[in-house]
Design a protein around this ligand. Structure first.
Ligand SMILES: Cc1cc2nc3c(=O)[nH]c(=O)nc-3n(C[C@H](O)[C@H](O)[C@H](O)COP(=O)(O)O)c2cc1C
Length: 199
């Protein structure tokens, strides 16, 4: 196998772009993770670093950039909710990946019964959590949540993120009349940029 030479070089020469590109070969779902800021302000961001951790106790985790303005809200509130986005929620993913004080305008949600954080209507599944632990994750903080309550839609398809683009599992996952090919549909980021893999 023809491995990239940068893996053997020191950190100064580390190929960050190549590293990101290699990581982007791992397809993931897309989540919006919500919490509460000061005076109950609603906070949310798009994250594809979400993963399951433990069944007993029920733990999940995601990693949050240290430079994210949302970090202090996660540290202070001690609660968060994970919303797993459906195939038709790519626009929401872009909204919550774009820094703004107004991300929740026009978004359909309810406040979770157990954690009080926003649960987005139409999400495939949601997990209400209390914060179990913060761990060092380099330029990210790994946030582990103890799941208090979860919900799951029995039907629906996930939004997938792969190699910097949104994808769906089947051609008709977003638009029922999409019949062009039998290939899974590739959806470019809706507002033309990709803050996670850019820069
Ligand atoms: C598909 C996708 C996945 C992302 N995953 C993460 C992630 O796991 N952790 C993270 O810190 N930022 C992630 N981001 C970037 C954040 O959503 C983005 O920086 C956002 O502005 C953070 O919100 P804030 O600026 O309000 O704190 C992702 C962006 C996209 C488009």
């Amino acid at each position: 196998m023809n491995r990239h030479p940068s893996v053997d070089q020191n950190l100064a020469a580390f190929d960050r772009r190549g590293f990101r590109n290699a990581l982007s070969s791992f397809p993931t779902g897309v989540t919006v993770i919500s919490t509460l800021g000061e005076q109950g302000a609603l906070v949310g961001l798009t994250a594809n670093s979400f993963t399951s951790v433990s069944l007993d106790p029920p733990l999940v985790q995601f990693s949050l950039a240290r430079r994210s303005p949302s970090l202090s809200a996660f540290e202070r509130s001690g609660v968060f909710a994970v919303n797993i986005l459906a195939a038709d929620q790519g626009e929401l993913s872009n909204t919550f990946a774009t820094p703004s004080d107004d991300k929740w305008r026009g978004v359909d949600f309810i406040l979770g019964r157990d954690c009080g954080c926003p649960l987005i209507e139409g999400a495939l599944a949601s997990f209400e959590c209390t914060t179990h632990a913060f761990h060092d994750g380099g330029d990210h903080v790994i946030i582990v949540g103890l799941v208090l309550r979860f919900e799951r839609l029995v039907t629906g398809e996930p939004l997938i993120f792969y190699r910097g683009s949104y994808r769906t599992m089947t051609p008709d996952a977003v638009s029922p009349d999409y019949t062009a090919t039998n290939e899974p549909r590739i959806l470019p980021p809706l507002n033309g940029f990709d803050p996670w893999t850019a820069g």
